[in-house]
Design a protein around this ligand. Structure first.
Ligand code: PLP
Length: 407
């Protein structure tokens, strides 16, 4: 067996199942889950129709790994409209089966494990695929804590120069999961300078880019590069998908875009790996990237929900409206920590809330790693406001009752 497999950590939801194994949730209340970040708004009808319409022809041929020109052009046209960035659809865009598989596969393409000290830098807390991709690529992860005092920006300045010197790949997540923070231009500039100096590749995970709460749409990596005059997007690849934008996590459709000299080897890797997208999914994806109305409506639904729910929770928890994404990243009272039971405040909060009010939240410590004796997720919980507004409001009411009863 591949010995690197043993380095993979249990997924947060596996740890959650263990944490809850001995709990009987209050049977008087129906369960509400804010635990899993899975979009739940309706998938658009036109997309379902495009899927159905392509069934006759779409199932009868092997797709090209590069996707159809029509799909690559639809992706490039979206980047042009959304970011004002012109791409060559033939060489700077590649369809992928959702950003998860692409983030993982890209690391396998980029990392050279034969170079001493191969390192992959990532934010902390983070999307766990970054870590698994680093391990299976034969590299060591280096975790960079996000700072609540600076809108959860990753503290890139804290990375020692010696670590940057052996870094081969940097994962950036903007808007971030779990805190929803958007990385500003000056941070991009800093990372580009470091990439130029040390030669590492930047993988920019942007899958939450269309769900935002500020007036301005989140800055994208390609957009940042262009503003800084880096029109060849050297050593930069952006990752996006339809999962959250169009409420189709089951479709498995996304694309990467950026440096043509990275797209080429990535396409080669994907050809062998079998990363081609079904023609049926390609046809639906062309329709989805071409339509913005459903995205505007989706964002409106999230905005209404967050505007109603966040102030209720802010009365009892340290929580604020994020820049973007569909999560609230709330600090819980430190008094929940239960040293005797070996539970951090976020774990104990999640357990008691489930037991008493049948609401599931995800302990923040499960989304982060302990570095130097501190886990930057400890003391926070992630709440995904993906369900209907009424259900999210009810969850907020139950959390209010839970905390006022305890006070
Ligand atoms: C930060 C982040 N990146 C990537 C993904 C993967 O999404 P998908 O593979 O559906 O594009 C997720 C999914 O939850 C995520 O939270």
């Amino acid at each position: 067996m591949n010995p690197l497999l043993s380095r993979l950590q249990p997924y947060p939801f596996e740890r959650l199942r263990k944490l809850f194994a001995d709990i009987t949730p209050n049977p008087a209340l129906r369960p509400i889950s804010l635990g899993i970040g899975e979009p739940k708004h309706a998938a658009p009808d036109f997309l379902k129709q495009a899927l159905a319409a392509s069934l006759d022809t779409g199932l009868s041929s092997y797709p090209a790994t590069a996707g159809t020109p029509a799909l690559r052009e639809a992706c490039a046209a979206w980047v042009q409209r959304r970011y004002g960035v012109a791409l060559d659809a033939a060489t700077q865009v590649l369809p992928v089966n959702g950003s998860r598989e692409a983030l993982f596969a890209f690391a396998q393409t980029v990392i050279d494990p034969t170079r001493p000290g191969a390192t992959v830098v990532m934010p902390n807390p983070f999307y766990q695929i970054y870590e698994g991709a680093a391990f299976l690529g034969g590299a060591e992860p280096h975790y960079v804590a996000c700072d609540p005092a600076r809108n959860f920006a990753a503290d890139w300045d804290n990375v020692p120069e010696a670590v940057w010197a052996r870094t081969q790949l940097l994962f950036v997540c903007s808007p971030g999961n779990p805190a929803g923070a958007v990385m500003p231009l000056d941070e991009w500039q800093r990372l580009f300078e470091l990439s130029d100096r040390h030669g590492f590749v930047i993988a920019s995970d942007e899958c939450y880019s269309e769900i935002y709460f500020r007036d301005d749409a989140p800055l994208g990596g390609l957009e940042a590069a262009q503003r800084l005059g880096r029109t060849d997007f050297r050593r930069l690849m952006m990752f996006t998908s339809l999962s959250k934008r169009s409420n189709v996590p089951g479709l498995r459709s996304g694309f990467v875009a950026g440096d043509a000299s990275l797209i080429k080897p990535f396409l080669l890797y994907r050809t062998y790996h079998g990363g081609a997208m079904s023609p049926v999914v390609q046809a639906a994806s062309v329709a989805a990237w071409g339509d913005e109305d459903h995205v505007v409506d989706n964002r409106r639904q999230y905005r209404e929900k967050f505007t109603q729910v966040t102030p209720l929770l802010a009365q009892v928890l340290d929580v604020a409206l994020p820049d973007a994404s569909f999560y609230l990243w709330a600090a819980v009272p430190a008094s929940f920590a239960d040293a005797a039971a070996g539970l951090s405040a976020d774990e104990a909060f999640a357990r008691e809330l489930l037991a008493q009010y049948n609401v599931t939240v995800l302990p923040g410590s499960y989304l982060a790693r302990e570095v130097g004796g501190a886990n930057p997720g400890t003391g926070r919980v992630r709440m995904a406001l993906v369900a209907e507004p009424a259900e999210c409001l009810e969850a907020a009411g139950r959390i209010q009752a839970f905390l006022s009863r305890r006070a």
